[in-house]
Design a protein around this ligand. Structure first.
Ligand SMILES: Nc1ncnc2c1ncn2[C@@H]1O[C@H](COP(=O)(O)OP(=O)(O)OP(=O)(O)O)[C@@H](O)[C@H]1O
Ligand SMILES: [Mg+2]
Length: 310
C-alpha cells in the first residue's frame, strides 16, 4: 500500500537523499519547517558542514551544537570528528581519555584503516538524536529528525554503512552497535527515506535506480520522491501553436517575448515528460515542487515549499 501524504512526517527519522545539487538541502529544510509547523520538535541534520541552515536563518554557524532556528525547529551540522569524540566520551565515560584518544589522532588512523567509519559515527550521532532518552546529558528528545544526507556518489554507501560494518565485525561492541544502527535504518515504522530528483533524463534514470537499490538492497522504506524545480506549464499545446503562428507576423520586442514564452513552454513540456517517466519507472508516490525564480531562496520561499512537501 502506498503511504499517505502525512506519513513521512509521522516517522521519527527521515533521510533526504539524491544526487549532488538536486535540492536535498532545500527539501530537508522544507520538511523540517513542515514538521515544526505540525507541532513536532524537529531537528534538521546537515552533514559535512554545508551550513545551509545557517544562511537561511542568518545564524552565524549552526555547527555541532543543537541550535534552535525558529520555534520548534533545531539545526545541527554533524562533523565526524566531533561525533567520534562524543562517541568515545560516551563510551569511555572518562573525558581525559576521550581527549587523549582524539589528540593522538587515533580517529584519523582508524578512519584511514576502516573506510566508512566516518559515516558510521555520523549515523551513530543521528541515531543518538532520535533517542527518547538522550545519551548526551541535558539534551531534550526530538519528535522528528530530518537528515540532509550526503549526495549519493556511487550507489547508496551512506545508508548501507551500518550493515557493512555489522557484517565485517562479526562479534563485539562494533558489531552490536552497527547492528543496532542497521536495524533502526531498516525499521519501516520509524525510519523513512525521501529521494529528490530533477526533471531531466539522467537524473530521472539515476533516481529510479537509487529507489531500487534503497528498497531492494538496503531494505529501507522509500516513502516519497520529490520532483524538484519544475517549470510551470503556462500554456496548453493549442495555445502554444497559436503563439507560434503569431510569431510569424510579429516583430521586435513582441517577437522576442513570444520566442521567450515558447522556449519556457518547451522546457516545461520536456520536464513534464520526465515527470511522467519518473512516475512510470518508480513505485513511490511523487510530489512535485516548483522551480522558484530567484537566485537565492529565502525563509519565505522555504515556508512556501514546506507546505508543498507534505
Ligand atoms: N525548487 C527550487 N527552485 C529554485 N531553486 C532551487 C530549488 N531547489 C533548489 N534550488 C537551488 O538549487 C541549488 C541546489 O540546491 P540544494 O543546495 O538544496 O541541493 P543539494 O542537493 O543539497 O546540493 P548538494 O549535493 O551540493 O548538497 C541551491 O542554490 C538552491 O537554492
Ligand atoms: Mg546540500
Amino acid at each position: 500500500m502506498a503511504l499517505g501524504v502525512s506519513d513521512l512526517l509521522d516517522k521519527k527519522l527521515v533521510f533526504v537523499t539524491g544526487k549532488g545539487g538536486v535540492g536535498k538541502s532545500t527539501v530537508a529544510l522544507s520538511l523540517g519547517l513542515a514538521g515544526a509547523a505540525r507541532g513536532k520538535r524537529t531537528i534538521v541534520c546537515e552533514i559535512a558542514s554545508q551550513e545551509n541552515a545557517s544562511r537561511v536563518f542568518k545564524r552565524a554557524q549552526v555547527g555541532f551544537n543543537e541550535v534552535e532556528l525558529t520555534p520548534g525547529l533545531w539545526g545541527i551540522s554533524i562533523d565526524p570528528d566531533e561525533s567520534m569524540r562524543e562517541y568515545l566520551l560516551l563510551q569511555l565515560k572518562v573525558k581525559a581519555m576521550g581527549d587523549l584518544l582524539m589528540r593522538s589522532k587515533l580517529f584519523l588512523y582508524l578512519a584511514q584503516a576502516a573506510p566508512g567509519l566516518k559515516e558510521l559515527v555520523t549515523i551513530g550521532k543521528i541515531w543518538e538524536l532520535t533517542l527518547p532518552d538522550r545519551k548526551v546529558k541535558g539534551m531534550e528528545p526530538y519528535d522528528l529528525v530530518i537528515v540532509d544526507a550526503p549526495a549519493t556518489g556511487h550507489g547508496v554507501g551512506f545508508l548501507q554503512t551500518p550493515r557493512t560494518f555489522a557484517e565485517i565485525a562479526r562479534v563485539g561492541p562494533i558489531h552490536n552497535q552497527a547492528s543496532t544502527l542497521a536495524a533502526q535504518i531498516t525499521n519501516h515504522d520509524e525510519t523513512g527515506v525521501a529521494i529528490v530528483a530533477l526533471p531531466e533524463e539522467m537524473p530521472v534514470n539515476e533516481s529510479a535506480s537509487l529507489e531500487t537499490q534503497l528498497i531492494d538492497d538496503v531494505g529501507v522504506a522509500v516513502d516519497r520522491l520529490y520532483m524538484n524545480a519544475l517549470y510551470p506549464h503556462l500554456f496548453s499545446d493549442t495555445e502554444a501553436e497559436t503563439l507560434a503562428g503569431l510569431r510569424e507576423s510579429a516583430e521586435g520586442p513582441t517577437k522576442a517575448a513570444i520566442t521567450a514564452a515558447m522556449s519556457e513552454h518547451k522546457r516545461a513540456t520536456v520536464q513534464h515528460a520526465q515527470l511522467e517517466r519518473l512516475k512510470e519507472m518508480t513505485r513511490t508516490p511523487v510530489t512535485e515542487l516548483p522551480f522558484i525564480f530567484k537566485p537565492q531562496l529565502d525563509l519565505g520561499d522555504f515556508n512556501e515549499l514546506s507546505e508543498l512537501t507534505i
